[in-house]
Design a protein around this ligand. Sequence first.
Ligand code: ADP
Ligand code: MG
Length: 372
Amino acid sequence: MSNDLVIDGLSKSFSSSSAPVLNNVNLALESGSCTAVLGPSGSGKSTLLRAVAGLEAPDAGRIVLHGTDLARVSPEHRGMAMVSQRPLLFPHLNVLDNVAFAATVRGVRRRAARTDAAHFLDLVQLEGYGRRPVTALSGGQAQRVAIARALAARPAILLLDEPFSALDAELRSAMHELLAQLRERLAPTILMVTHDRDEAAAVADRIALLSHGRLLQHDRVDLMYSRPVSLEVHRLMGGTNEITGTVRDGVHYSALGDLDLPADTGWPDGPGVLVIRQESISIQDNTRNPAGLDLPAIVTDIRVLGPRRLVTVDASGITLHAEAPWGRPLRAGDAVRLTIPVSARALVPGQPDPGRPTTADTATAVMTTGRT
Ligand code: ADP
Ligand code: MG
């Protein structure tokens, strides 16, 4: 796969006294892929998108589209189309002419531009809406018109800045479905900003995680969850289980026990924090597993998460969270056994923040015997 867009060492500050809003960001977008720039509010996501669009001038670094450095290319000649949180449709034009706008400006004959626009309205499931005034559209419909208008411009990169965040949850998932269909039919290269990791995971192939202007990790969606490169990434991806310990010969030693690590980790011997997704821990009855592949624990708390429950357990003095489906009743005080698949174990450097409730004090915990 070739890269459509390469962002190379991009930095940006708005004033010399404050911290940079973008700090040496490197990112490459494969042709036809959808990359979600994910990060908390204020982490620099929109600034990154605006720099790609040519609406902010970077202090350092390059933005290269199909091999061409865009430094001297004006926004309207970059081949980018942007859709933001608000659809920003032209109020004096009807739906069809909003979508036909880019083609008409390029000098395409009005009739041909309208025929083309009607095709894009079909693609966003607004067939027959062409003659309506844009003021007569609902929020979700207006956003679909904005997407059709952007796609009709045949952008090299489609830039989406929190495009669905103003919509309610049901409409938002309908838009995710629509985006998936558009990707199947047109395969545009998409760079999409969102602060919602569920949305990023639902629509993108890859996530680029930003924090304070730094790109922490850029990886396939599944790897962002299962192989975070740091504790910060693990936490920003919503992970809650952190176990301090020591690695020797591919085994993590902690109060939880001696846990084999996946062969792909390649972790050097020394201190390391084992991180485990709460969705990956399964809770079994307290019957002895003859293979010894599970860990004893006591349930300390149960919280309902809609169709699932978040179960907090104490395992050898370590607090762990497991997201479990509904099944047999569980109560605080129940003795259970935990299974943690080897593939769900990941290592990150550093020491967890001692103030966090998910962290146990391994120094005082008793080492258990037997490898799990
Ligand atoms: P995000 O989209 O991740 O919420 P932004 O890229 O909009 O973040 O902003 C990142 C930081 O840069 C924020 O602290 C914001 O206040 C600041 N910022 C953005 N645009 C400007 C500007 N034009 N002038 C000064 N500061 C700005
Ligand atoms: Mg923003």
